[in-house]
Write a protein that binds this ligand. Structure first.
Ligand code: AR6
Length: 172
């Protein structure tokens, strides 16, 4: 079954879906942007869970393109899937594939824990500087190729501004 795809403008921390994806960094210890918003809204339980993952699974940090799940603390979602998108370095450093992996591995992780709905922010397109038009093409490909796991019924792509939503629609 192909999932329903919704494109919305807003704050990902407010969404009532099973899993929201965090555009984290490899430390998993928080940061700015959507990462900061998720930790602020979800409270300390998320950071505690991230520290445990660092200790037990990824002492050197989560590699770019990989994903891990934690509880979601006070958020309406049940889980946060933390992934690390690539830092944009001009496009010749495997950035496209790493961005694709961040989406696909987050999706797979959510499916494995039984999530039926998942919301993604525009990974790497803030602090990490990935061009938004180019990211749109990669997210479009991910949606077409990967997002058809039977346990996930709804995929939400969340953009922080109307302009970013429109850019995605034009470039996917
Ligand atoms: N809801 C939805 N989208 C948001 C929100 C929100 N609450 N806040 C920001 N965005 P960024 P990155 C959008 O910088 O580029 C952090 O410090 C924003 O407009 O959050 O992957 C991490 O710790 C942009 O389009 O993530 C890392 O160090 C998109 O989310 C680093 O930033 C992603 O912007 C990761 O950088």
């Amino acid at each position: 079954m192909t999932p329903q795809i919704d494109i919305i403008t807003g704050d990902i921390t407010t969404l009532t879906v099973d899993a929201i994806v965090n555009a984290a960094n490899s430390t998993l210890l928080g940061g700015g942007g959507v990462d900061g918003a998720i930790h602020r809204a979800g409270g300390p339980a998320i950071l505690e869970a991230c520290k445990k993952i660092r200790r037990e699974q990824y002492p050197d940090g989560l590699p770019t393109g990989e994903a891990v799940a934690t509880a979601a603390g006070k958020l309406p979602a049940k889980w946060v899937i933390h992934t690390v998108g690539p830092v944009w370095r001009g496009g010749e450093m495997n950035e496209d594939e790493l961005l694709y992996n961040a989406y696909a591995n987050s999706y797979r992780t959510a499916a494995e824990i039984g999530a039926r709905s998942i919301a993604f922010p525009a990974i790497s397109t803030g602090v990490y500087g990935f061009p938004k038009e180019r990211a749109a093409g990669i997210v479009g490909r991910f949606i077409d190729e990967v997002a058809m796991h039977e346990t996930i019924e709804r995929v939400v792509l969340v953009f922080y501004s109307e302009r970013d939503s429109a850019l995605f629609a034009q470039n996917r």
